[in-house]
Design a protein around this ligand. Structure first.
Ligand code: 4AD
Ligand code: MG
Length: 507
């Protein structure tokens, strides 16, 4: 018999098919066992009826623990009420492998526990959905660049020179020489762009920052296009087109996955609007509350949100108290107790989120009010400004001192460098960093000295300016940061199959 995938059941209505998968849930009632089967493509209910299978098979079905693997034969029956619209009436069942005491139960687990079980956690519906969205984004990124004649190149992982500063390098022993794990493939990308015109890298990159924020991984995947004959403005056009394309693909092809994770799609649909482009100076005025955005003021709106948060906390605490008193009062029926208990549980979750806001907002306020002109943006500053927008914004023309050595000085005002950061809305912050590259040999040498980088390690890079240099630009998109925003995840660790960060190298 033909093994089919659950996603294709509609092609087999009223036929007998074979399914192979894992038990995501099991429920027993008299003479019946209901199995929620998942096969990696979808989920469906399989009904095992004592009268329709052998006694042995029925006994086996009743013993199946969560995540046991099974092979099921059964008739595909249309049933609108069911998950996925179809149900399987089982005709025979074979247990491939039992799973006893599966560690992840349905009850709430803490994130650290789940991260320890990451190899198993990936099977859960939410993680399944996130990984499928990640996959769609990856595919879409390749499509976008390939369709525009970019050549994909693989930059080395062992590198002899730093690209993004020396403070966060992983050092390794490379046959007796010091080598670093690549922070970025950009410098190699620039070399390849002068061979191919337009290239992009798509590979792992490493940062040894010990920051334990919701945005930082020690190992992450970066997409770095580099284009000859491009300036910063053409670069921004490309970034915008790429983000529009990838998010649109996800909205079209991952509808079910976005539903599984409960993502508000209307916010993502804003992606078709133009992305505001702000110079650093303007962005700073907005953060400090000296300039409004569409009638919204950063500082005032934070203060209002803080007041509202405190008010909500009061209301919810009262409601929890009232419901708990009702439950304790003893006059309620069992159903009413359950109803109230469920409400209390949900309210407590909401309360937790609100309390977190109540802790965060004052910090954001503090850092926004005290932002010093000339500094790079921190996580809080990014949050403050992006809360005012419903699409990604591009901040460009940064003070040259706070950005990387390779950025081109703005020919119109040499206090600035032609770098651009793209900040995702809903408080997510930087997902892309890039810019136009310095082409002037002397300025570049000067910068390498200022950054205290070893000149000899950069001689090959300087050659690119000696032999037929042209204006060029590029950027780096952090894949996990993109996944994190598109899926609205609380932390970037859920955006990658096996995260590597401070204190986490297993599983
Ligand atoms: O801004 P960054 O450091 O820029 C570069 O590496 C350039 N060489 C890129 C280029 O122009 N070719 O990093 C680029 C992006 C960031 O915007 C962010 O999305 C991501 O990489 N990123 C991280 N993602 C997760 N964890 C970290 N620790 C990250 N550091 C950077
Ligand atoms: Mg950056």
């Amino acid at each position: 018999m033909q093994t089919v995938y659950i996603k294709d059941l509609q092609k087999h209505e009223n036929q007998i098919v074979t399914l192979e998968g894992w038990v995501a849930n099991r429920r027993d009632s008299k003479g019946l066992v209901f199995i929620n089967l998942r096969d990696g493509y979808g989920m469906c209910q399989c009904v095992v009826d004592a009268n329709k299978v052998t006694t042995d098979e029925f006994d086996c079905a009743g013993k199946l623990g969560l995540e046991s693997s099974v092979k099921i034969n059964g008739t595909v029956v249309k049933d609108e009420k069911q998950l996925g619209g179809y149900e399987i009436q089982v005709t025979s069942l074979e247990v491939l492998s039992y799973s006893i005491d599966y560690p992840i139960a349905k009850k709430e687990h803490g994130v650290e526990f789940l991260m320890d079980q990451r190899h198993l956690w990936l099977r859960s519906q939410r993680q399944w959905a996130i990984m499928r969205i990640r996959n769609r984004l990856i595919y879409s990124i390749h499509q976008f660049f390939q369709e525009q004649d970019f050549v994909q190149m693989d930059a080395p992982i062992f590198t002899g020179n730093a690209c993004e500063g020396t403070s966060n390098l992983f050092e390794t022993d490379f046959f007796g020489e010091t080598a670093y794990l690549s922070q970025s493939g950009q410098l190699y990308g620039e070399a390849m762009a002068f061979a191919m015109n337009k290239i992009y890298t798509f590979g792992p990159t490493f940062r040894a920052e010990k920051s334990k924020t919701r945005r930082h991984l020690a190992e992450f995947w970066m997409i770095e296009p580099e284009m000859a004959f491009h300036d910063i403005f053409m670069n921004m056009d490309l970034i915008e087109a790429m983000l529009k394309r990838t998010v649109t693909d996800v909205l079209r092809d991952c509808d079910k996955e976005l539903d599984v994770i409960g993502r508000d799609k209307t916010l993502l649909q804003n992606i078709i609007k133009p992305f505001p482009r702000l110079k650093y100076d303007e962005a700073v005025r907005i953060i400090k509350g000296e300039q409004d955005v569409n009638g919204k003021n950063a500082i005032k709106s934070l203060e209002e949100d803080l007041a509202y948060t405190h008010e909500q906390i009061g209301i919810i605490q009262n409601e929890i108290k009232e419901r708990e008193e009702k439950i304790a009062g003893g006059a309620l029926k069992k159903g009413e107790i359950n109803f109230n208990q469920n409400k209390v549980d949900t309210l407590k979750q909401t309360l937790k989120d609100l309390e977190e806001d109540a802790r965060n907002i004052p910090q954001w306020l503090h850092s926004a009010k005290n932002f010093e002109y000339g500094n790079d943006f921190g996580g809080s500053d990014e949050t403050v400004i992006t809360r005012l927008f419903d699409v990604p914004i591009m901040v460009y023309n940064w003070p040259h001192a706070v950005k990387a050595f390779y950025l081109k000085r703005d020919p119109e005002d040499d206090r600035f460098a032609r770098g651009v950061d793209v900040l995702a809305p809903e408080g997510y912050g930087e997902i892309v960093g890039g810019g136009e590259r310095e082409t002037d040999l002397d300025s570049l040498i000067q910068k390498i000295k200022e950054h205290d980088l070893p000149m000899d390690a950069f001689e090959w890079y300087l050659d690119l300016r000696r032999y037929g240099s042209v204006k060029h630009a590029g950027f780096g998109l952090g894949l996990e940061r993109l996944v994190c925003w598109v899926c609205k995840l609380p932390h970037v660790r859920e955006a990658i199959p096996f995260p590597r960060m401070v204190g986490r190298v297993l599983p």
